[in-house]
Design a protein. Structure first.
Length: 177
């Protein structure tokens, strides 16, 4: 019993330390320079724009960075029609997903496989989320706020939870400390 308590305590100490390191590093070093925010926002925005152009044969969508607002605008006919802010680029979701995987006592190979697959899956889910939000903004604008702030947030966190469940299922742990 004592060993299990030690394992759980060590897990939470690592989780808290990783969280503090991330928050301090992100808010004081990375966020002011938009690293990696700009890269992720650009990736999400370019894929969303590409998908919008695949679906629409009449209008051509483009996008542009709007650095002063830490976001990117998707344009249609020179007019901004959708904004993807740095806060919507899935960085927080990636950090939460990866942080949990990093501190769990599993084999490095399994961690690397699930980390890479999880990053791809979360980014793709975020693209779908953005596309759905754009559609909602066009077809049902009164639903946008609740969809953006609640429905899709819950769905994305459930998606991450599912990734964690898949990660811990049938994985071989190793002893800590």
């Amino acid at each position: 019993m004592k060993n299990k308590n030690h394992t759980v305590l060590f897990f939470f100490i690592k989780l808290i330390a990783l969280t503090i390191i991330w928050l301090v590093g992100y808010h004081y070093v990375l966020k002011p320079t938009r690293i990696p925010d700009k890269i992720l926002t650009d990736i999400i925005t370019s894929i969303v724009t590409f998908c919008m152009n695949l679906h629409n044969n009449t209008a051509h969508y483009t996008w542009t960075d709007y650095a002063s607002l830490s976001s990117a605008y998707i344009m249609k006919g020179g007019k901004a029609v959708f904004i993807i802010a740095d806060q919507c680029n899935a960085l927080d979701l990636l950090v939460i997903y990866l942080g949990f995987i990093i501190v769990l006592p599993f084999q490095l190979k399994r961690k690397l496989i699930f980390s890479f697959a999880g990053i791809i899956a979360i980014m793709l889910a975020n693209v779908v989320r953005c596309l759905c939000l754009y559609w909602i903004s066009l077809k049902h604008p009164s639903w946008f706020y609740i969809s953006h702030h609640y429905v899709f947030s819950i769905l994305m966190y459930l998606y991450i939870f599912l990734g964690w469940l898949l990660f811990i299922r049938k994985g071989k742990t190793y002893a800590i400390g």
